[in-house]
Design a protein around this ligand. Structure first.
Ligand SMILES: Nc1ncnc2c1ncn2[C@@H]1O[C@H](COP(=O)(O)OP(=O)(O)O)[C@@H](O)[C@H]1O
Ligand SMILES: [Mg+2]
Length: 240
């Protein structure tokens, strides 16, 4: 579904991604794991066309994303949830969700109200708080809200940048459980970027390990369990 080949990305003279290659098969959950500064956010921003690629290919369902402008990417069905839980604090939960379909995909795909209902069914807590200002939600609830907002696009690929950042482990578990349900019930493929490898391992099916902008492992997560990176992460030896 998403295929990345020989991708090189630089900020000025500083190269950040080196020959990155991997695939997200349809209907799968792929995790890109790596330490702070490895280039994970740059990777997602490159797919979304927010950062230019120096060379390489990014194909999504046979479209060459590198030929498209940033505003065309969500129209294809790729939703990008950036780091940092950016909600509109002074708008209600409901209005935050409605703004999620800013390209009007739902108009042609079953209607906005129907999609809103589907999102509320996935996140009952958002339904309970639909008239509440988004700024008054807890961190975990705000993470649910940005997930729900992305789903308003009816995406085929959901890209998430460190949804666990700054949340307590128990809240992360809840967010990941919701994600699993979204994947199962809505059939959406997920590309999850995380430095929290230990918690992400439960959710993902395939793992890509990104170290200093290079892919050093790619395969089923079970095969990654042997890696020293992961062992150190579990032991807490490595600062992730
Ligand atoms: N806009 C930018 N301009 C210059 N360098 C950047 C920019 N954004 C990120 N970088 C650098 O690129 C590297 C990778 O950053 P990033 O993709 O944010 O990593 P990660 O998300 O894995 O923490 C880091 O060294 C970071 O300092
Ligand atoms: Mg990042």
């Amino acid at each position: 579904m998403l295929k990345i080949e020989a991708l090189n990305v630089a900020y000025g003279a500083v190269q950040v991604l080196h020959d990155v290659a991997f695939e997200v098969p349809p209907g799968r959950i792929v995790g890109v794991l790596g330490a702070n500064g490895a280039g994970k956010s740059t990777l997602l921003r490159t797919i979304s066309r927010l950062v230019p690629a120096r060379s390489g290919h990014i194909r999504f369902k046979d479209q060459d994303l590198l030929r498209l402008a940033a505003h065309q990417v969500p129209r294809l069905g790729i939703a990008h949830v950036p780091e940092g839980r950016h909600v509109f604090h002074n708008l209600s939960v409901r209005d935050n969700l409605v703004l999620g379909d800013y390209v009007g995909r739902s108009r042609s795909r079953g209607g906005r109200e129907a999609q809103l209902e589907a999102v509320f069914a996935m996140f009952p807590r958002l339904y309970e708080r639909r008239e509440q200002l988004a700024g008054s939600l807890s961190g975990g609830e705000q993470q649910m809200l940005v997930l729900g907002r992305a789903l308003m696009l009816q995406p085929e690929l959901l890209m998430l940048d460190e949804p666990s950042l700054g949340l307590a482990p128990i809240v992360v578990e809840e967010v990941f459980q919701r994600l699993e349900a979204v994947h199962r019930e809505m059939g959406v493929s997920i590309l999850l970027v995380e430095q929290n490898a230990v918690q992400a391992m439960d959710l993902i099916e395939y793992a890509i390990l990104l170290e200093n902008g290079r892919v050093t492992f790619s395969g089923p997560k079970e095969a990654m369990a042997q890696s020293t990176f992961l062992q150190e992460a579990y032991l807490g030896v490595r600062e992730m």
